[in-house]
Ligand binder design. Sequence first.
Ligand SMILES: NC(=O)c1ccc[n+]([C@@H]2O[C@H](COP(=O)([O-])OP(=O)(O)OC[C@H]3O[C@@H](n4cnc5c(N)ncnc54)[C@H](O)[C@@H]3O)[C@@H](O)[C@H]2O)c1
Length: 433
Amino acid sequence: MKQELLKKLEDKSFVVGVIGLGYVGLPLNLCFAEKGFRSVGFDIDKSKVDSLNAGKSYIKHIPSERIQKAKESGFFSSTTDYSKIKECDAILIAVPTPLNKNREPEMEFVVSSCEAVSKQMRRGQLIVLESTTYPGTTDELMVPILEKSGLKLDKDFYAAFSPEREDPNNKDYRTETIPKVVGATSPDGLAVADKLYQQIVVKTVPVSSTRVAEATKLLENIFRSVNIALVNELKMAFMKMGIDIWEVIEGAKTKPFGFMPFYPGPGLGGHCIPIDPFYLTWKAREYGVATRFIELAGEINTSMPVFVVQKVMDALNEVGKPLKKSRILMLGLAYKANVDDDRESPSYKLMKDLEEKGATVEYNDPYVPVIKMTREHPQFAGRRSSAISGKHDLILISTAHDEYRKIDFKSFNIPIVDSRNLIQEKFPLLFKA
Ligand SMILES: NC(=O)c1ccc[n+]([C@@H]2O[C@H](COP(=O)([O-])OP(=O)(O)OC[C@H]3O[C@@H](n4cnc5c(N)ncnc54)[C@H](O)[C@@H]3O)[C@@H](O)[C@H]2O)c1
């Protein structure tokens, strides 16, 4: 089985399937097609499949021309039809791994996609999980579902885990230029999975097991969460001392070794950092281990919107206004600058908290013209991005989109609360949060 798959990779007859055509899966699917491998994308969301088949992108930083070019090459296709799984030599699963209401791993997307694969798979395939998850998912959860097919691990099929390190809109790194960690359940499985990823990335990093690969991804994200919590805490302490944390970070980052800058903000956002650390916390409980750094970082980071709301109240107070009945314009819904991804964005928490205290909140975001319906905040669905003007009682900057850098905020003559250090000029009605 190993030799057969390696040979197919050599002669490029190897067919790749990618399940879940989101921020992670779509670039993967495109990369394989661009390297001359037939690459079939699967998604349960028909509107995404229809859009790709019409040559249209639904992700801001992936241009439609790239989709059209890949389609024209004949190597790239998208479908909702799982029976095509049989045509693939490798199936890469990149479906969501969120948390449920009790902050426990929500594995329904991984389970349902593995079940769908299990019903269609054949002998001689490699199945790779790419979704971020707790150590043990591949061998404890994925493999038993796949074996329901009657096929046996490492005899009839290989299983591997290879975490994604996608950073949407990062100008310096894209899928192909980011080294990729790969772990498998056997040396033969690892040889095939490693060779597969060598086709599209600059460097692969083989590790000894799927658990090490799963834990590697969690370490990377926990490292970010803890360090962001640290600067958030320092921001609050330094602010009381009249010291600007951003200036301090600029100073510290000139140290050429042993320091790495992290930046404070109104709270964590995105699909990874607010969620993934709790996958480890959950699993560690099974082993009777407490993950105190993760919990503390989570506590500090989730309290940041409360801090920002207090700053908004203080700023309004300076001009003799209460928060209740005031009109606030929030700049930025996306969780980070210059992207259209508003998942887990702290802006929603800010909107909710401010409105619960009686304020009216409008928002502006050039990349989110209208708020989509979601499970987390259905009350905001349908709201549209407002124009930026000084007609509000206060402007709150929650995302540092480049578009906002050109605005003359001082001329509005209303309190401006800046939680992203977007404004460099100093003026009396500017409040850093
Ligand atoms: N977005 C990032 O920058 C990023 C970075 C690293 C890792 N990750 C991880 O990668 C995984 C995927 O994240 P994403 O951001 O690409 O999510 P996403 O929501 O953008 O995309 C997931 C896609 O999977 C589809 N899907 C769900 N269930 C399916 C099923 N049973 N069969 C087929 N398709 C199905 C959805 O319709 C959606 O299109 C997550 O585990 C995430 O934590 C994301």
